[in-house]
Design a protein around this ligand. Sequence first.
Ligand code: FUB
Length: 351
Amino acid sequence: MKKTILSLLVLSLWSCQNKTQEPSETRIYPLIKDLYSADPSAHVFDGKLYLYPSHDLDAGVPEDDLGSHFDMSDYHVYQISESLEATDLGEILNVNQIPWAEKQLWAPDAATKNGTYYFYFPAKDSTGIFRIGVATASTPQGPFIAEPSPIEGAVSIDPCVFVDSDGTAYMYFGGIWGGQLQRWESGSYVSEDIYPSENQAAIMPKMAKMTEDMLAFEEAPKNVLLLDQEGNPLTAGDNERRFFEAAWVHKVNDTYYFSYSTGDTHNIAYATGTSPMGPFTYQGVILKPVLGWTNHHSIVEFNGQWYLFFHDSELSGGKTHLRNVKVTPLEHLSDGSIQTIDALVTVSQTE
Ligand code: FUB
């Protein structure tokens, strides 16, 4: 009997201690609730935080591996307050206003230089090929006017434009499967999918330095080399770590962080390097899989705190193509690594 009471005491003491050792997680709520939103690209322009997401909608297109169900037709921009509330500043671009685009306005990005704001976006042209275009405005909230043609050499999806501390701008882009990057490996578009075999180097994301006017590439796009810790390229069969889509670049001190989605394994992973041109060495996972198939993010510093913007499908009850943007603080640890975030845990622990 004495033994039982003692064990109960020990057990309850252990569970009390264990509770206090659990990390204090907070529920991450959808940031935008009136429209479906995804692929959030966050930027601080003139001290204010703006968000340029995709605008998901239910166009009734059946789901397939090409991502045809992501049939979006316009973009909105949001201002994010210091208390992290989102205000919709309205539609900034519609597919009808883009001379070369036919459909599927996917993940965009924005940048600024010399008082002009640039909005970069992928869309399918009338032949069904994904290309990347640019639109300009004199304010972060537009209205944006699209250039008549896509950027020469900018193909596939998911542009990320990073402006380095010296003012040089680079575009990182590409995505496999529905993003069509596997159809460009020969240098020109082919209508069938060509993937390397499992132990060959994976298809790498692309990058190019931008011209001073931010409207074109200064050079032919190159591979962004993603390496493992031994210095070997990540292989096509390494689905847990190889690039799929959703490139993002941010810099802390002299380290460049290249982060991306691993697609069919649903992580946001990251690799680091000492140059914006790469190579980048794989380091780990920033964000574990979220509710929904896609995972796509951005990382931004605002008022001295780093944030991870991402999306999941909470509001639609898990529908792949109807997503909602969320935000959570992101921590860079003293060794340069990034603290892994599990957004599913933060939901279940508080429900
Ligand atoms: O939103 C359409 C596509 O889904 C994006 O371009 C990908 O990154 C994925 O999030």
